[in-house]
Design a protein around this ligand. Structure first.
Ligand code: NAD
Ligand code: LMR
Length: 332
């Protein structure tokens, strides 16, 4: 029997990630090749005409799984009945703006969109925040949507996770699909800690630790980490625009694994509400290794953390605590 369509909200849908993301969703990349979808696209008034153009292209592409498109500048209409919400819209940093000014704009956007989602989304709506500062925007959304279970509010660090897989695959000249269990800890920022201590590669002689195969701790503890941490900035430098296709693809990976489950023996990285695991302060949205089953994520427990890693986990937590304080100061 054909499945009922799921409603997927994309905010900032007239922007560049939105333009890459909506066709992926309409093709079944996010929710599966047998799952019909209705796309809800939200943007702001100055982008309304461009948003309508995206809607026209979605119609023209004649995606068999796409059962409807709502394109609107009204947050209530956009949020009504949605099962999945991908929050890409936000206020970018402009020349001459202080960090606090950008934070203040985004805090007010995420506060009002939180209320619209809380009041109008479907029960058990899953939320993924992509817009930067992604972890802190997600935290504000959680604070102002208290009736949405905190487990349903996440942020995107899967792009960083995929970047780490890509770097290892290039270094070892192996298929990226044979590399697994890297971890991104912390903030989607340059303080994130890409950790390969538990990562493995599938070889003809079984699974081997990445550390053993790379056999170069200096590279793994140095250039590898900074390359992943700085990849977003490197793409902005090269494209004069921030990453879009990789961000859109990773957003699909995040939701797909969350809804449909992670493969046996594999974990992924997601920004989730910290419960104090690994001595990360509770009450931050922090990226952890997670496995997903039956539509729920759980933090992978019990991984040994060495002294080098501990410092890096703490440093990125410290930055998130500072962002949280800054965000709260914008509320008062
Ligand atoms: P963009 O500027 O091309 O698009 C953003 C869109 O959001 C615009 O169309 C804008 O009109 C819209 N918008 C602004 N305020 C809005 C509001 N209140 N409601 C709805 N829509 C609103 O930017 P982009 O390149 O698509 O990037 C979007 C965001 O994603 C940025 O914050 C970027 O830094 C972030 N990003 C995050 C990751 C990640 O891995 N977490 C990766 C890449 C980019
Ligand atoms: C990325 O990681 O590509 C982006 O978050 C960079 C940015 O600042 O938009």
């Amino acid at each position: 029997m054909a499945k009922e369509p799921l409603r997927v909200l994309v905010t900032g849908a007239a922007g560049q990630i939105g333009y890459a993301l909506v066709p992926m969703i309409a093709r079944g990349v996010m929710l599966g090749p047998d799952q019909p979808v209705i796309l809800h696209m939200l943007d702001i008034a100055p982008a309304a005409e461009a948003l309508n153009g995206v809607k026209m292209e979605l119609v023209d592409a004649a995606f068999p799984l796409l059962k409807g498109v709502v394109a609107t500048t009204d947050a209530v209409e956009a949020c009504t009945g949605v099962n999945v919400a991908v929050m890409v819209g936000g206020f970018p940093r402009k020349e001459g703006m202080e960090r606090k000014d950008v934070m203040s704009k985004n805090v007010s956007i995420y506060k009002s969109q939180a209320s619209a989602l809380e009041k109008h989304a479907a029960a058990n709506c899953k939320v993924l925040v992509v817009a930067n500062p992604a972890n802190t925007n997600a935290l504000i959304l959680k604070e102002f949507a208290p009736s949405i279970p905190e487990k349903n509010i996440t942020c995107l660090t899967r792009l960083d996770h995929n970047r780490a897989l890509g770097q290892i695959s290039e270094r070892l000249n192996v298929q990226v699909s044979d590399v697994k269990n890297v971890i991104i800890w912390g903030n989607h920022s340059s303080t994130q800690y890409p950790d390969v201590n538990h990562a493995t590669v599938k070889t003809s002689a079984g699974e081997k630790p990445v550390r053993q195969l790379v056999a170069n701790d200096e590279w793994l503890n140095g250039e590898f980490i900074t390359t992943v941490q700085q990849r977003g900035a490197a793409i902005i430098k090269a494209r004069k625009l921030s990453s879009a296709l990789s961000a859109a693809s990773s957003a699909c990976d995040h939701i797909r694994d969350w809804v449909l489950g992670t493969p046996e023996g594999t974990w992924v990285s997601m920004g989730v509400y910290s419960d104090g695991s690994y001595n990360v302060p509770a009450g931050l949205i922090y990226s952890f290794p997670v496995t997903c089953k039956n539509g729920e994520w759980s933090i992978v427990q019990g991984l040994p953390i060495d002294e080098f890693s501990r410092k890096k986990l703490d440093l990125t937590a410290q930055e998130l605590s500072e962002e949280k304080a800054l965000a709260y100061s914008c509320l008062s």
